[in-house]
Every structure is written in C-alpha cells, then in structure tokens.
Design a protein around this ligand. Structure first.
Ligand SMILES: [Zn+2]
Length: 85
C-alpha cells in the first residue's frame, strides 16, 4: 500500500454498498440537519459556488464544453451515455 489516499480509495471501492447504506441511514436520521447545513453553506458561500460553477468543463468523451453546474446533468444525458466507450 503506497499511501493513505490509495488505501481509502480501495476501502471505498470494496465497501461501496455498505458505505452507501450507512450514508442512507445517516441521511434519513439527520435529514433536516443536513438540509439546513447545506442551505446555510450555500448562503454563506454564494460567490464561491457561483465562481466554481462558472468554470469551464471539457468532456473528453463527447468533445464538448460546458460549465460545472451542468457537468453532473451532462453525465446523465443520452448523448454522453451513447458516446461512452
Ligand atoms: Zn460527455
């Protein structure tokens, strides 16, 4: 094992389902708190988030440009899925 980072990645990969389940339960139990915290973070970091979202992202698979706020939506588009190798 080379580094802690690699170890964590491996750990996450091998325990993905379990971790997802743990997070799901945690989320259900702390839903209101999490939503409140996210909303607060968004409010306090409006400019930072805006700046981040306005960065350009280039999709190497579709060879197209978009901004960061569209990135996750783009990954779910039929065009992107069809272009996937
Ligand atoms: Zn794409």
């Amino acid at each position: 094992m080379n580094s802690r980072k690699e170890y964590l990645k491996l750990y996450r990969d091998t325990n993905r389902n379990e971790l997802n389940e743990k997070f799901r339960v945690y989320y259900q139990e702390n839903k209101e708190n999490i939503i409140k915290k996210v909303a607060e973070y968004k409010k306090n970091n409006k400019d930072k988030i805006k700046e981040y979202n306005n960065q350009n992202y280039h999709c190497d698979i579709c060879k197209c440009d978009m901004n960061y706020s569209f990135k996750s939506r783009h990954f779910k588009t039929q065009k992107h899925i069809n272009n996937m190798p």
